[in-house]
Ligand binder design. Sequence first.
Ligand SMILES: Nc1ncnc2c1ncn2[C@@H]1O[C@H](COP(=O)(O)OP(=O)(O)O)[C@@H](O)[C@H]1O
Ligand SMILES: CC(C)(COP(=O)(O)O)[C@@H](O)C(=O)NCCC(=O)O
Ligand SMILES: [K+]
Length: 272
Amino acid sequence: MTAPDTAAPASTALLALDVGNTRLKWALYDRPEPGARLLAHGVQFLENIETLAEGDWRALRPPRWVLGSIVAGAGVRQRVEEQLELWDAPVQWVVPRPAEAGLVNGYDHPTRLGSDRWVAMIGARQRLLARGEARPCVVVMVGTAVTVEAIDAEGRFLGGIILPGHGIMLRALESGTAGLHVPTGEVRAFPTNTSDALTSGGTFAIAGAVQRMWDNLSRHTGQTPVCLMTGGAGWKMAPHMTVPFELVEGLIFDGLLAMARERFAASMPARA
Ligand SMILES: Nc1ncnc2c1ncn2[C@@H]1O[C@H](COP(=O)(O)OP(=O)(O)O)[C@@H](O)[C@H]1O
Ligand SMILES: CC(C)(COP(=O)(O)O)[C@@H](O)C(=O)NCCC(=O)O
Ligand SMILES: [K+]
């Protein structure tokens, strides 16, 4: 039996969430698969989560599915879930698996990997495959923390590193010393004042860490890796990188769409 043409079409919209330690990023798509149309998107600092249901989300097309990555704590998760009560759609929070969407998880305990790292790597792998580049890949995420992951040409996540982001590095130095309370400086090759010394130090630490992982992966695979960089503070690093890289927005959302296809596409209404 087919539904009459006059019936209102059921929503096939997907709300994708990326909840980090500083900000919640969200994107609403018309369907749960790569290539879906972006209907709306936004970002809120975690302290403003309570405004979402009455604010940004109020007039949205109601999603049928909600798929999210969260690395913030249980309290934040609870607060996000309260806002999601606006709709009937239950939320699925990603838990990294041993393998998913073409990627194999090399972590000792796969579920202990940050879900944002797993989802971004799936997004990176999909992006490379879509353009026919099954090459080793370094994935850099510059957020509250910085993560640098290594994936080989076959889609195996070999391992990755975690280091403090710009803000945490500065706050750590400020709180651990007497003489480092200074304004933000410039990145210089040879800093000659405290502000520039701190800003350059943090930037070189991140750029150097990426260089090191890129070298490790080159040596391990014997191939030249692709480097994809994403995250809220990626633009700050872009002028100072020492390996060839691409700054890509929304790697996490690419990953969430690929996972959504595997989870939800089967329950999509057949297209005319
Ligand atoms: N408007 C902005 N101005 C300056 N820095 C920003 C801005 N937005 C984001 N950032 C930087 O990006 C980081 C947050 O990036 P994001 O990817 O949202 O992190 P997370 O996923 O950890 O919440 C902040 O720690 C800050 O360094
Ligand atoms: C490393 C992270 C803190 C990064 O968080 P973010 O900067 O995106 O807020 C997060 O991915 C996390 O909590 N990971 C769990 C531990 C791990 O990945 O090994
Ligand atoms: K993140």
